[in-house]
Design a protein around this ligand. Structure first.
Ligand SMILES: CC(C)(COP(=O)(O)OP(=O)(O)OC[C@H]1O[C@@H](n2cnc3c(N)ncnc32)[C@H](O)[C@@H]1OP(=O)(O)O)[C@@H](O)C(=O)NCCC(=O)NCCS
Length: 175
């Protein structure tokens, strides 16, 4: 397995494969990516329900950075992230930072430590700055990984993604 953080100029090389990966996993996300407007969407109750939803979501990702995993030259996973992101939940005083927006491992590569390897690379690259992310409260796999890496919950938005499904913001606590 090869793990890399891509330079902005070379990101284009993964766009087709990354898009296909998101399209195949659409319904694994809560809410599905096809019903979102962006990776930093604030209000999940106002979903777009657009057939072009994944395309719109992906257009936002193109402005972000990517860390990627390849197996035998093929893309098997990626994490996209923003540099120096602030919002209602992440105050400007937290800059400099990165904000992890999207993480996906292709189904046949799961359970083999790919996320561990991707995150390990990212965390060593950005060991001196704040790292934030968010997920939905029923995403047990991702939450388990975040806790293992020392992320702490900083905010919970109750029922944000449906009845009993909260949005949970995390901040990595550096050792
Ligand atoms: C979440 C996801 C990225 C995990 O990827 P992965 O490469 O399989 O994760 P890893 O193999 O590195 O596993 C890391 C840890 O999580 C645990 N884990 C992985 N999948 C799990 C699951 N479904 N349930 C419980 N634990 C799980 C592993 O056991 C491992 O723990 P360990 O180190 O104690 O053994 C992957 O399932 C995925 O792409 N899901 C769909 C998209 C998604 O949910 N993305 C995150 C959105 S914010």
């Amino acid at each position: 397995m090869e793990i890399r953080i891509l330079e902005k100029e070379e990101q284009q090389s993964i766009y087709d494969d990354a898009y296909k990966m998101l399209e195949a996993a659409d319904n694994e996300f809560v809410p599905p990516l096809s019903s979102r407007s962006s990776s930093t969407q604030r209000n999940f109750s106002e979903n777009l329900k657009s057939r072009d939803g994944i395309r719109q979501y992906f257009e936002q990702l193109k402005n972000q950075r990517f860390a990627v995993a390849y197996e035998d030259g093929a893309l098997i996973a990626f994490v996209s992230y923003k540099e120096n992101y602030s919002s209602a939940e992440i105050h400007k005083k937290e800059l400099p930072n990165i904000y992890i927006s999207t993480l996906i491992v292709s189904p046949s590569a799961r359970g083999k430590g790919v996320t561990k390897a991707l995150y390990g690379r990212l965390f060593s690259e950005y060991e001196n700055i704040n790292i934030f992310t968010r997920t939905w409260s029923t995403n047990i796999a991702h939450i388990k990984i975040l806790e293992k890496y020392g992320f702490k919950v900083i905010q919970v938005i109750k029922d944000d993604r449906g009845n009993g499904i909260d949005t949970v913001y995390f901040k990595k606590v550096h050792k």
